[in-house]
Every structure is written in C-alpha cells, then in structure tokens.
Design a protein around this ligand. Structure first.
Ligand code: ADP
Ligand code: ZN
Length: 530
C-alpha cells in the first residue's frame, strides 16, 4: 500500500499531515472504523480522502461519502478533479440521465470517491449497486460527514441519517469513518449508538480556536453596539452578523448599509437567485458584511472572515461554536462577538416550552440552553467555559473579553432575594402573577397606578430596593431566569413564576454574582472577579 504521506504530497500538494490526521489516515487505511471530532477548518476531508485514494490504489475499490450538503459536495468534487482524483456526486441536482452516467462509472470502478446525499445512499436501488460492488470486493470505505446530523440532540438533526445503519448491517466488513465538527458528550454518545460505531476508534481533536477572541456584551441598543464594534475593530473587513428573524436581518442590513458599510441580507425568505448573488459577492469581494439567519454558513469556506457577530443568542453552545467557528479559518486573529439580554433568555425558553416536542426532548434542550446562558453570564474565561463544555480542560486564555478586562462584579444576592420575595408576596396577596416591570416598580417603591390599584404599595418589600437601578434589577432577573431560579410564563403575559430553584436563592444558599455594566451600584458591594 502506498504511504499516505506520499499521497498527501503527490495528490494534494501538502507537505505534512496536520494534528491527528496522520493517525486517523493510518487507522482507516488499515481497515479500522473511526469517529473523528475535529473543529471546523481542522482538515477533516483529508482524513477520508487520503484513505480513499490509498485503498483504491490497493485494489479495494470505491469510497462512498455521505454528505448532507449539496453545495459542499460540488466544491469537494471540483477540488478533487483539480487534484486529478476521480470523484463524482449523486444528488437531486443531476438529471436522470446524468445520474445514470455516474452510476455506470461507479459500477465500472472508475470512481474513487462518490459523494451522495443520505436519502440517496439508502434507496434500494443504490444499495443494490453497492451490493454488486461489495460482492466484487470493490467497496473500500464509507465516510459519513457531518455525523452529528444523526442525533436529535445535535443542532442539525436529519432523520435520513438514521437509516445509515444499513451500511453497517449490510456491508459489515467495509470500514467506516464518521466525522463531525460539533459534538458535546451527549451528541457524541448518540452518534456512536445510532451509527453502531461502538468499535470505532475515537479521534478527538482540541476544539480550541486560539485565534478567535470571544466577547459577549450586555444588550442595550444592539444595532448601535454592533456598529461600534464593526467600525471600531473591523472596519472594511469581512464578517457575518447572525440574527434570529428574517425581519431583523433585513432591518440590520439596512441600518448597516445606511452607515456606509457593504451589508447584504441573507435568509430563506429571499429568492434563490438573490441569495446566490449575495453569497457570491461575500465570497469574492473584500469587506462584505453578511447579515443572515442561520440559513447562511454551512459549507461556506471563506478563510478571511474576520468577525462573526450574534445580535441574538443562538439555541445552544454547539450552534454558537459552529457559527463563530466560521471566523478566522486562515488562522489570523478574528473575533466572535455577541450581544445578549433578558429578552434572549425569555425567547429561547419560550421557544422550547412552546415546541411540539416531547418533555424528555425539551428537558435536554433546556439543559443545553442553560449551558449557553452560563457562558453568557460568566465572569471568568469564556474559552475555558467553551472548551469545558466539549470536555476539554484549559487555562484562562488571555484573549477573551473577561480575560482582557476582568469585569467588575457585584453581589446581587440581596437584590435577588428581594425580587424573589416580592414575586412571592404579590402572588400571595393577589393570587395572580405579574411581569418584570411591575415587580421592579414595587421593589423600587414606585407607586404607579397599577401598584396602587392592586394595593401592592402595602406589600412588605415595597421600596426595599430603592437603592437599585432598574438596569441592575434587570440584570439580576436575567441571571435568575438564566439559571432557572425564576421562570417566565409565556402563556400568561410573560409573568414571573417562582421555581424549585428559587428556594436556594431565597434562603441565601446561592449567591448571585453579576457583571457590572452600569454605574457603581449602591445596593451591592463591588469587587473584582476572581
Ligand atoms: P473541515 O472539513 O474540518 O472544516 P477542511 O477539510 O475543509 O476542514 O480543511 C480546511 C482547510 O485546511 C482546507 O483549505 C484544507 O485544504 C486545509 N488543510 C487540511 N489539511 C491540511 C494539511 N495537512 N496541510 C495543509 N493544509 C491542510
Ligand atoms: Zn479567556
């Protein structure tokens, strides 16, 4: 068998394998199964492309690459052609005639790598073709790209991936390599189980992207904050701004354009042709800011994206990491910036509560959201938190917002107890729940019409929090909701509800530490973050 390094040099023109590539390639060429976890840009493709070529040259036949992304298939096949490798794809963009042509080449053994969508791979027709190759010993390897798609805990569940177990069941002796850039412990275990990869060797790369600096700011006037961030640190550079909704994408793109930036919108509601044009411009021209929903980005390989900004919080850390990972693929300094506020917490919680999913599923989603909220609320190193989520230990990075300028924190425990006890007393007194504004008015001793109407100026905590600013109390509420010590009932006018977790805070067993973003609070003691 030809040495993998010589294939790397001869076919791809690279000098050396990177990180764990050499070990993975060797293991797979020898016929072992592998599960590869490597961050975006880590070099996953070569992990199966080099073995595919080596095994083909040794007479083992073709490699089938399962990929969910048509755009990515096209890019990869194009690049392989340029390198002189026989590659082809089968997907819905081919006419019947073209597909038949590819199948013919496949059966004649003229293809080294065949890329196919999962729904195609598992059709009886395709499986029969694989049978015929298998019987002749011409099925060298299965590569399952974006393997997290098999898991409903991942951020991109595709039911078609579930059917891929057939590959193992029907072609037991053919080695398989599954690859993904995003997998926390839960998703990872799910991939192993769903794809029956119990015997596969796991290759886990560090997920650290040391050239990306992470910053999470408290949301005040997000568009203005974004503008300052771009103009201050990334003027004229390419970046992606993620927003939750199409409407927000449009508005933000317009605002940024009005300020002289070249900002283009991208979301699923735009015509295919417009989307394509914007994407092409983003890839070709310098300094374009793409304002997009998460519909944008998968399979986009632009090395010099200098920043990724989130105007709204994503669902979980995997999504956040995947999206921010699109910055700085060239290894040069890049920034991940996010604005985060109370409304994000409320929205994300509501989306989970209102989803039609089962309770077990919602529980897992809540857990994942909590991890992201903890990251957003963190006053210590963001990178340590992020990597910790992926099971990796690390030291404070010196490169995130919290490392660069350790936030002043203040002890919001007292404010938190007063808020919770106000919520409790008001609920007791009136038998119904109220929203954040009303609760804060009571605590701050503001005798509004509504407060008087309900007689809440007679509640014992009325005015007890006069020292706290509204911004401070909002911060406390946000953290209480973020940590589950308080719930927002979306079905009932966003009223605040005590939870199981409220008790520990009420009893003073759990401290509430907040980053200080406004003028020094008079109601809490100031101290530097540890
Ligand atoms: P991933 O799929 O993990 O996001 P890719 O396979 O697209 O990453 O690789 C990212 C980039 O790194 C590509 O431009 C690829 O050509 C380059 N690359 C990968 N491995 C090597 C290597 N050993 N030497 C040099 N460049 C590499
Ligand atoms: Zn840090």
């Amino acid at each position: 068998m030809q040495a993998p390094l010589s294939i790397l040099r001869e076919v791809f023109g690279y000098e050396q394998f990177r990180g764990p590539q050499a070990a993975i390639v060797e293991h797979v060429i020898a016929g072992g199964d592998a599960l590869v976890l490597m961050p975006t840009g880590g070099g996953k493709s070569l992990c199966y492309q080099v073995p595919a070529i080596a095994r083909q040259r040794a007479g083992h036949g073709i490699t089938v690459v399962v990929s969910p992304l048509i755009a990515l298939m096209h890019d990869q096949v194009g690049a392989l052609h340029e390198a002189g490798v026989e590659a082809a794809f089968l997907n819905s963009t081919l006419s019947g005639e073209e597909a038949a042509g590819v199948e013919k080449r496949l059966l004649r053994g003229e293809v080294t790598l065949l890329y196919a969508a999962p729904e195609r791979v598992t059709t009886p027709r395709f499986l029969a073709q694989l049978d015929s190759l298998h019987q002749r010993g011409q099925l060298a390897l299965f590569a399952i790209d974006e393997a997290h798609c098999v898991s409903q805990w991942g951020h991109d569940f595709r039911p078609e991936y579930r059917a891929l177990t057939v590959l193992h069941e029907r072609f037991a002796g053919v080695p398989r390599i599954a690859l993904t850039a995003t997998a926390d412990a839960l998703t990872r275990a799910d991939i192993v189980e769903r794809l029956q990869l119990e015997d596969a060797r796991e290759f886990v790369s560090s997920f650290d992207r040391p050239n990306i600096s992470y910053t999470i700011v408290e949301k005040k006037d997000p568009t203005l904050q974004l503008l300052r961030f771009i103009e201050g640190e990334h003027a004229g550079e390419a970046g992606i701004v993620y927003c939750q909704s199409r409407k927000r994408v449009e508005e933000t793109a317009q605002t940024l354009s009005g300020q002289g930036l070249t900002a283009l919108p991208y979301h699923a509601g735009l015509d295919t042709e417009v989307r394509q044009r914007h994407q092409d411009r983003f890839l070709r021209e310098d300094g374009i800011v793409m304002v997009a929903t998460i519909a944008f980005g998968m399979g986009i390989d632009k090395p010099d994206v200098r920043f990724v900004a989130h105007l709204d919080m994503p669902k979980n850390i995997e999504g956040y990491y995947q999206e921010t990972g699109r910055a700085g693929r060239d290894g040069l300094p890049a920034a991940a910036w996010m604005a985060y506020g109370l409304q994000d917490v409320v929205n994300q919680r509501r989306m989970i509560d209102e989803s039609p999913a089962g309770e077990d599923f919602k529980q897992v989603m809540r857990g994942k959201l909590d991890a992201l909220l903890a990251l957003a609320e963190a006053t210590d190193c963001r990178r340590v938190r992020l990597l910790g989520y992926f099971g990796e230990d690390s030291r404070p990075c010196g490169n995130c917002d919290n490392c660069v300028s350790p936030p002043q924190v203040w002890d919001g425990t007292d404010a938190a107890r007063k808020l919770l006890s106000t919520i409790y007393r008001v609920q007791q007194a009136s038998g119904i729940s109220f929203g954040a504004g009303h609760i804060m008015d009571i605590l701050r001793g503001k005798a509004t019409e509504k407060v008087k109407q309900f007689g809440h100026d007679r509640v014992s905590t009325f005015g007890l929090g006069a020292d706290f600013s509204e911004a401070q109390l909002r911060g406390v509420l946000r953290q209480l909701i973020a940590t589950g010590a308080l719930a927002v009932d979306a079905q009932a006018f966003n009223t605040l509800q005590l939870t199981e977790g409220s008790r520990a805070v009420l009893k003073g067993e759990q401290a509430v530490m907040l980053r200080e973003t406004v003028a020094a609070p008079s109601g809490g003691r100031r101290r530097a973050a540890a």
